[in-house]
Every structure is written in C-alpha cells, then in structure tokens.
Design a binder for this molecule. Structure first.
Ligand code: G3H
Ligand code: 13P
Ligand code: ZN
Length: 333
C-alpha cells in the first residue's frame, strides 16, 4: 500500500525553502531515531514557532523500524497541534542520505515528503543519472528531492571518506539543470560527526582549545552567483560545544579532539543561499552529557524516564537555541 505525505499532514520543502531564502534564515533538519528525540524536536520548534524537517537516515530505519518511524512522524504532526492550540507547525519528513533509487522510492511510497539521493560517491555522470531517476519518480508525487555534489569528509551512513572534495561551482549549474533537483548539498568544509577536523588541521587558542579552519564561503558565494535563489544545504553542521564535551568527559566519557563548526559561521551561511542546515551530532552530545550527569549523580537510578527525561529536556533547549540564535528560523512557522 502506498500513502502520500499529504495524508499524514506533512509538507514538502518547496515553500519552506522559498520563504527561508527570502527571509535570510535556514530550516532546521534534525535527525530522530526514538521518541525522546522526536518529542524534543517538536516541542522546541513549537515553542520557537519554527518550521522543521524531521530527518530519518537508513540507520534510523533499521534501528527503529521504518513503519514505526512513519507513524511517529504522523503522530508528531498531531503532537505539534496539541502543543500549539490546534495550529501546529509546518513539518517535512525527509530521508537523509538515501543511497539507492529503491530506498528513495520506498520512502516516497510510505509518506515521506522529501528525499535525499546522495550520489556524491559516484562519478559525476552516474550521480546525475541516479539523481534524475529519483527526481522523476518523486516529482510525479509532489515529493521534493535533495542531491549532493562534492564529498564531505567523515562518515556518511556506511560510507567513510578520509578527505573532503570541495564542490566545484562550475558543475553545480549543469547538475541542477540536468537533474531538476530541488536543493543541493554542497561541500565547503563541513563534515559529519564530532571530530570534524584533525588537530593538525586546526590552530589552538590561548586556552588550548582547537580552532578549525574557516568554511569556504568563496565556494558558496560562487555557487550563489551562478544559481541565484537556488536552495543550498549544509550537512555536517554541528558545532560540538566544548561545555558538552567537557561534561561528557568529566563523567566517564572519552571524547578526544572533538571539534565542530563555529556557530557564527553557520549564522552567516543561514543568511545566504543555505536554507537547510543538518544537525545530528550536537543532539547526541547533549543527550549523552545529560545521561552521564544523571548516572554520575544518581548511581542507583534505573528508571529510563529518570535519565531519558533530563536528556530530552537538554535536547529541547539545544534545539531552541539553534532555531533562535544560529539558524534564525524562530518565528517563521
Ligand atoms: O549524516 C549522518 C547522520 O548524522 C545520520 O547518522 O547514519 O548514524 O543515523 P546515522
Ligand atoms: P553532524 O554530524 O554535524 O550533526 O551532521 C549531521 C548531518 O549532516 C545529517 O545528515
Ligand atoms: Zn549528512
């Protein structure tokens, strides 16, 4: 049985991106795998009056079960209405890093309103062919599609890239024209996970904290010049706050040389053609810090609600902060 996202009360990304570009902000794209993450995302976005893209990776589908995740997204629409006096907020359900046509088709058929086909590890021509095939299937069902050009260093689902390959602005125009994709993830120096740069790639400030090299805004500007108003996506956009890393390590954790993208650089990107910013690792850090703190303070605790509850609260606060002070999406639902 196939189901349209419209039956679930979801929206695709077309209008969200048009408004974000006109308004100089970015839509948050937060990953979820379980109930507490979903509750935190929805509560944070309702409280800040922000639209949101709920992201599901293929790892999340395996972990939580794809059918359950779809019903959870449908439940999230109702939950947002309940929290927001019946009005709700615009919610898109998006496949993160789809790697095959079949996976994208399955998501389109089961109620996703947006899919990413990540052909960035293929050759340029293979990436175009795969992306075009997904776009044709999705657009016939009013589902929007994100492509990717350039390779981010780090782990993208099961694919590990040691080095990033920056997006070539001269390829972007051709890629978008030939695939008819709705948005494009580009590589300008971000990467996935909590160790985005090696210490050798960074400098150290007076306190000895690692300072990463700046994002390649020159590439972003060149892309924007060639395709004015076209929606650009930033993956790997966690900032890896040092207070969270310290809290984790102070309570038994072992995170070494963690470093992320400074928030002011993301704020700058959000004011430009970047209209979707993906954040997952910062949420993982916030939850882990809270769980470790609870166990350190209350070693006898064994009710999951007593450690997942504070983790959920910490996650909600983090996402409210992102919407208000980094992405600028607060107030735009
Ligand atoms: O881009 C990767 C996302 O953070 C999803 O991660 O594949 O471990 O669910 P995952
Ligand atoms: P982070 O690992 O920086 O949170 O990136 C998440 C992401 O890009 C999901 O697609
Ligand atoms: Zn990603």
């Amino acid at each position: 049985m196939t189901i349209s996202y419209k039956q679930l009360g979801l929206v695709n990304t077309k209008n969200l991106f048009a408004k974000a570009i006109a308004g100089g902000y970015a839509i948050p794209a937060y990953n979820f795998n379980n109930m507490e993450q979903l509750q935190a995302i929805i509560a944070a976005c309702v409280e800040t009056n922000s639209p949101v893209i709920l992201q599901v990776s293929s790892g999340a589908r395996k972990y939580a079960n794809q059918t359950l995740l779809r019903y959870m997204a449908q439940g999230a629409v109702e939950y947002a209405k309940e929290l927001n006096q019946g009005a709700g907020i615009p919610i898109a359900l998006h496949l993160d890093h789809g790697d095959t046509f079949e996976l994208c088709k399955d998501c389109v058929d089961s109620g996703f309103s947006s899919v990413m086909i990540d052909g960035s590890h293929h050759s340029y021509e293979e990436n175009i062919a795969l992306t075009k095939k997904v776009v044709e299937y999705a657009h016939a069902r009013d589902v929007t599609v994100e492509g990717e050009l350039g390779v981010l260093a780090g782990i993208e689902d099961d694919v590990v890239a040691d080095k990033s390959t920056y997006t070539k602005p001269e390829e972007v125009e051709d890629f978008v024209k030939r695939t008819n994709v709705d948005s494009l993830a580009i590589s300008i120096g971000t990467s996935h996970g909590a160790n985005k740069f090696t210490p050798a790639q960074c400098t150290r400030n007076a306190e000895g904290v690692l300072v990463p090299p700046p994002l390649r805004f020159d590439i972003l500007e060149e892309v924007e010049k060639r395709l004015p108003g076209f929606p650009i996506v930033l993956h790997g956009a966690s900032s890896v706050p040092m207070d969270q890393v310290k809290a984790i390590n102070a309570n038994g954790g072992a995170l070494k040389d963690a470093v992320g993208i400074p928030e002011e650089q993301l704020r700058r990107a959000a004011k430009s053609a970047v209209c979707k910013i993906n954040i997952d690792s910062d949420g993982r850090l916030a939850m882990t810090a809270a769980v470790r703190e609870t166990f350190a303070k209350k070693p006898a605790e064994f009710d999951p609600r007593k450690y997942l509850g504070p983790a959920r609260d910490a996650l909600k606060e983090l996402y409210k902060h992102k919407n208000q002070s980094v992405l600028g999406s607060a107030g735009h639902a």
